[in-house]
Ligand binder design. Structure first.
Ligand SMILES: Nc1ncnc2c1ncn2[C@@H]1O[C@H](COP(=O)(O)OP(=O)(O)O)[C@@H](O)[C@H]1O
Ligand SMILES: [Mg+2]
Length: 380
């Protein structure tokens, strides 16, 4: 039993009784607090929550039953075990004590051995129950986190499937348009004086169709769940992602600078699509911030460099700092400052992807006039 943070409260209006109990219980090795009335006991409990209370029943003003009733109705304290100390020993009194929520009785004058054993047993029970509760809570939280992540991932996968089926449906009409353009082009080229403007336009149609097909293909890939970890190029992966969302950035007049220190690329061993999803969540938040604050500086700077055994990607925007009160909660799930427009899932998912699945680190810090997120991924 680790008793360093635990204490027992002894409540009795006769100080000699407190002294006797204290002498008997000292060998348990726990700290003690005392109160000589019901009111004082409630104050002491508010200051430091005890792990067990020895409570005299007969006291002036507020008796032990009343103290017990108040505590059992208070969600903060209703699990603390209460042992009544009593000179009374008729059955009705015992029943009343149990009804109020007491866990045991010890008769006065104390049988020293009995006092010691009863208190120690109840204390041990209470502490081991707390330990179980604590582990159970952790397990439940862990489980909820996993469920949320699985839910998000299955949503993302279903977007991928939807895109794939759109691209299948579009294949036929797009090939028909492309073929039509080629037929007209061939016919025009066979003429003695082909119309240059028409040929230019036909070439443009072909290029645009290729662009549409490629984009559909890239987006479906982006939303596909990673099967296994693989070696991927940080440079290629980051460029692909930024190109994929380029029209979104252009629409919002945001520019992205991607810099690799000395032009060096790194090979990361991990889940490539998950990495892209984490990165895009961070970038889209930066875009949101630039838009919300109507920031004069609409640039997002992404730097990649090596730090020991990590490949580091820092993402900086200059749309002002994150308020001190928010920055500690920023990775909590459901934390958002965007009201209806936010879900508060983006960064908690990014954190889980980078730290739990990627064995890396995701950090945030305020800088002059802006914010830097840092992703560290192990180079293998
Ligand atoms: N670059 C940033 N600058 C300032 N605040 C940010 C930035 N990125 C994230 N935040 C804050 O973190 C919160 C949580 O982000 P996120 O988990 O992606 O959820 P959401 O975008 O749905 O709000 C945002 O609501 C915002 O307040
Ligand atoms: Mg977000």
């Amino acid at each position: 039993m680790n008793l360093s943070d635990e204490s027992i409260l002894i409540v009795d209006d006769v100080s000699e009784n407190i002294q006797v109990a204290l002498n008997v219980l000292k060998p348990i090795g726990i700290s003690f607090s005392f109160a000589m009335s019901g009111k004082e006991a409630l104050n002491v409990i508010k200051n430091k929550r005890p792990s067990l209370i020895l409570l005299d029943i007969i006291m002036p003003e507020m008796d032990g039953y009343e103290v017990c009733r108040i505590l059992k109705n208070d969600i903060l304290y209703n699990d603390i075990p209460i042992i009544f100390l009593t000179a009374k020993s008729n059955v009705n009194d015992l029943v009343k004590g149990f009804e109020y929520g007491g866990i045991d009785f010890i008769a006065k004058p104390f049988q020293k051995k009995e006092l010691f054993i009863r208190v120690k047993t109840h204390l041990q029970n209470y502490l081991s129950q707390n330990k179980i509760k604590y582990h159970l809570n952790n397990l439940i939280q862990e489980q909820q986190k996993l469920q949320l992540f699985a839910l998000q991932q299955s949503k993302i996968a279903s977007i991928g499937e939807m895109m794939l089926s759109i691209s299948h449906q579009w294949k036929q009409p797009l090939s028909a348009i492309s073929l039509g353009a080629i037929n007209v082009k061939v016919k025009e080229l066979l003429k003695e004086n082909p119309d240059k403007l028409l040929l230019n336009n036909l070439n443009m149609i072909e290029e645009q169709i290729k662009f549409m097909v490629d984009t559909m293909h890239d987006f479906s890939n982006f939303f596909k769940p990673d099967k296994d970890k693989s070696h991927f190029s940080l440079m290629q992966s980051s460029y692909e992602l930024i190109n994929l969302f380029s029209s979104h950035f252009t629409n919002k007049s945001v520019t992205i600078d991607l810099e690799f220190e000395n032009g060096h690329d790194f090979k990361i061993f991990g889940y490539e699509n998950l990495y892209k999803q984490a990165l895009i969540n961070i970038i889209l938040n930066a875009v949101d911030e630039i838009e919300k604050k109507c920031s004069a500086n609409k640039n997002i700077l992404i730097k990649c460099y090596k730090d020991d055994k990590y490949g580091v990607i820092s993402i900086t925007n200059y749309a002002g700092q994150i308020p001190k009160l928010d920055i500690d909660k920023i990775f909590d799930k459901f934390f958002t400052t965007k009201g209806e427009n936010g879900t508060g899932i983006g960064l908690s998912m990014a954190k889980q992807i980078i730290e739990e699945l990627g064995e890396g680190k995701l950090l945030v810090k305020n800088i002059d006039c802006g914010v830097t997120f840092t992703i560290k991924l192990p180079i293998k």
